[in-house]
Design a protein around this ligand. Structure first.
Ligand code: ADP
Ligand code: MG
Length: 701
């Protein structure tokens, strides 16, 4: 790409007509500094006037609709928790709908005025017998109706308080972008090579950009969108493919085929491995013998038996003369793994050490010495393991349990230990295929879908407060059969103290209701020694009911526990509920999970609980979670980098994603360094717009 053409991407925004320094500043704060950025500011939605609805018609429809009307009255009502902004909107037939917003009321109040013409998008329901919409998406329309709005399909852009203050409405965005295209044209080159356009039937990038802002009709809009989604996903996949490619040239520990200890360990298990476990073990054995660093993510639901796989991988390292590290997200889990592993190893000759933050200095020094000298062959620990000052003698493999609980930086640190140790990350949070391809596109992914044969799905039921006693009766029945129970409280309110009070009140209630049984409480404010004591009494069976805040969330293993009551279940996220439920149903007996739900739950809360009732398959739960929350929230923005997606929707666009991935992989196979002159524009564009933007999360998997 020549210098001049490059500069087209860099033309500053602030000299555009209608922009000026105040608006330019607002745009810059939102990440737009160049004309190209502005063109990449894709409409949030398109208002298709051939597709709007009257309030009356909309009442029968269960899907979202667009309604156009005039604001007749509006204002803030209610106090404290019930404080809300309400607007009465009247459509052209004179029917009225009442719209309420409980969040961002201040901003919305500053935007709405009586007499405004607005487009509302959402579901219309009957509330106290009148049509109502809660939290509809909205746009102010022009009352004057200038030219750019008379088309059938009109672009609507994201609003914000800042944009509003400087008058950057959708109408103004349309004007600015229209003039930009008219006056300066789209003078930059096509970034995708012709062969990709041909193979995937994509339209020209410049045509697509114009059409996404000013579509002539629905077909053109659909083609434009497909092209731009493809482009966005393609460059992310290219980054993944390149990261993977660059790793494959770094030398790494070369393990021998599974040796003495590994074989003995597997041969002595009291059960048969599942097909999934056998498959993944073979994958790991293969990876670790190639001399290229393994970067594998093992996804397997709670209880699918990931630990066995991890242990076999570590023993393979030991058999080959290397050390192995096993990282758990909390001290409880690290200690539990350590104890379990000691049981597994009691007939093997493997020296193992535990390293956690809570250990005494003298003890710690000893452990560190063993790690550095190589005396410790397997080291189990928390994040303390990856702090500065922990030096391994010859680390061959690092297993990261519950990897999603570790921050990106923590994982990055781990990767620096030793000389490219093989990495096995494990997660019990199954990730939908589309997200896995994006977040972990540079890793090999193994999936264990099957559960050990003796497992029965946990019977899950939603209970309202008035049926609480029924849940208690069932719990009592289990206790009478010698089983144990969990009662779990969420940590949700602003103050940890209040939450704790909630759990403590719960403790009293349970003690009163079950006077013949021993009940104890564990919570996050206890020292780890106190927690451990309580947990080990529960594990030993001297405590029958464990009341807990979510400290038991991950990995805690008490096979005799067969009931769990989750209080305020509607306040938990889906993956958390799923994790919690995984604490029961770990033995061969039937287990139960009772979700106590309040009447005050949101629509989304209700859907979450229903999903829990309907399935125990973690992958289906993850897909439901993704649908309910959207990709940006699925992992939390900082960790995923997905909040940066401009146009692609990882739920709706999974097919385009697969195509983009295929194209990116093909490109890297053909031209790993992007040196072919046909790829020059692509290469420069990639370096400039993608390499850095996604570097953070791609590097560390
Ligand atoms: P997770 O995948 O949640 O980490 P674990 O590895 O802790 O699961 O295994 C859960 C329980 O299942 C453990 O008690 C383990 O001994 C047992 N287990 C693992 N694999 C099998 C199998 N193939 N058959 C029967 N039980 C198994
Ligand atoms: Mg586990």
């Amino acid at each position: 790409m020549s210098r001049e053409s490059t500069d087209v991407f860099a033309q500053p925004i602030r000299f555009l007509k209608r922009v000026g320094s105040v608006r330019a500043e607002a745009l810059e704060a939102a990440g737009m500094t160049t004309c190209y950025d502005l063109l990449q500011y894709f409409p949030r939605r398109h208002l298709d006037r051939s597709n709007t609805s009257l309030i009356n018609e909309a009442l029968g429809s269960s899907s979202p609709v667009t309604i156009i009307g005039v604001v007749r009255a509006c204002g803030v009502t209610g106090f404290k928790k019930s404080k809300r902004f309400e607007a009465i909107v009247e459509d052209e037939r004179g029917d009225r709908v009442s719209c309420v917003w409980f969040q961002r009321t201040k901003w919305i109040a500053s935007v709405f005025n009586p007499g405004d013409r607005v487009a509302l998008h959402g579901r219309v329901r009957l509330y106290r017998r009148s049509p109502s919409m809660s939290h509809p998406d909205f746009d102010k329309l022009d009352t004057s109706g200038p030219s750019l709005e008379t088309g059938r399909i009109v672009s609507l852009y994201h609003g914000s308080a800042t944009f509003d203050r400087v008058g950057l409405s959708s109408r103004v965005f349309r004007r600015i972008i229209f003039d930009l295209i008219k006056e300066r044209g789209l003078g930059f080159p096509e970034v995708l090579p012709q062969w990709i356009l041909d193979e995937h039937g994509l339209i020209d990038g410049r045509v697509a950009l114009r059409a996404i802002h000013f579509p002539k009709n629905r077909d053109e809009l659909a083609e434009a969108r497909r092209r731009l989604v493809f482009e966005e996903l393609f460059f992310i996949q290219l980054l993944m493919a390149r990261t993977r490619q660059s790793r494959s040239v770094e030398p790494a520990a070369r393990f021998d085929p599974p040796g003495f200890q590994t074989t003995r360990f597997l041969g002595n298990l009291p059960f048969d491995l599942t097909a999934g476990q056998r498959r993944v073990l073979a994958e790991i054995a293969h990876d670790t013998q190639t001399g290229v660093q393994m970067n594998r993510l093992l996804q397997g639901d709670v209880g699918s038996g990931k630990t066995i796989v991890a242990v076999a991988a570590m023993l393979q390292a030991v058999d080959s003369g290397f050390q192995a590290a096993f990282l758990a997200p909390t001290e409880i889990l690290a200690e539990q793994h350590y104890t379990n592993l000691r049981d597994y190893f009691d007939f093997l000759d493997v020296s193992m050490r535990l390293l956690t933050g809570g250990q005494k200095a003298a003890h710690r020094r000893e452990v560190l010495h063993d790690i550095a000298s190589g005396g410790a062959r397997i080291v189990v620990g928390t994040h303390a393991l990856i702090q500065e000052g922990v030096v391994f003698n010859r680390l061959g493999v690092a297993v990261v349990d519950e990897q999603h609980r570790f921050g990106v930086m923590q994982r990055a640190n781990l990767f620096r230990k030793g000389e490219n140790p093989h990495i096995l990350m494990m997660t019990a949070t199954p990730i939908p295929r589309s997200l896995a391809m994006t977040l972990y596109g540079d890793l090999d992914v193994s999936i264990m879908r099957e559960m050990p044969a003796n497992r029965k799905p946990v019977v899950t039921e939603i209970y309202r407060e008035k049926r609480r006693e029924e849940a208690y009766k069932k719990l009592e029945g289990e206790l009478r059969n010698g089983r144990q129970a969990y009662v779990v409280y969420p940590l949700v309110s602003e103050s940890e103290k209040l939450d704790l009070k909630d759990a403590m009140t719960g403790l009293d209630t349970i003690r009163d209701r079950f006077p013949d049984y021993r009940v104890e409480l564990v919570h996050g404010r206890m020292s780890s020694a106190e927690k451990d004591d309580a947990m080990s009494r529960f594990k030993a069976g001297t405590v029958h009911i464990l009341v807990a805040t979510t400290v038991i969330e991950v990995g805690v293993d008490v096979a005799n526990a067969s009931v769990m009551i989750i209080e305020h279940a509607e306040r938990f996220g889906l993956s958390q509920l799923h994790q919690l439920r995984g604490r029961v149903g770990r033995g061969a007996e039937q287990s139960y999970c009772f979700l106590m739900a309040s009447h005050k739950q949101t629509e989304e809360g209700r859907l979450r609980l229903e999903a829990m009732e309907q399935t125990t398959d973690g992958f289906r739960i993850a897909e439901a979670d993704l649908r309910l929350r959207g990709a940006g929230d699925f992992f939390g923005t900082r960790q995923s980098g997905l909040a940066e997606l401009r146009i692609a929707d990882l739920v709706a666009d999974v097919d385009i994603l697969a195509q983009a991935r295929e194209a990116a992989q093909k490109l890297v196979r053909m031209d790993p360094d992007l040196a072919d002159p046909h790829h020059a524009v692509l290469s420069e564009f990639f370096e400039r717009f993608y390499a850095e933007r996604y570097l953070g999360f791609a590097k560390v998997g």
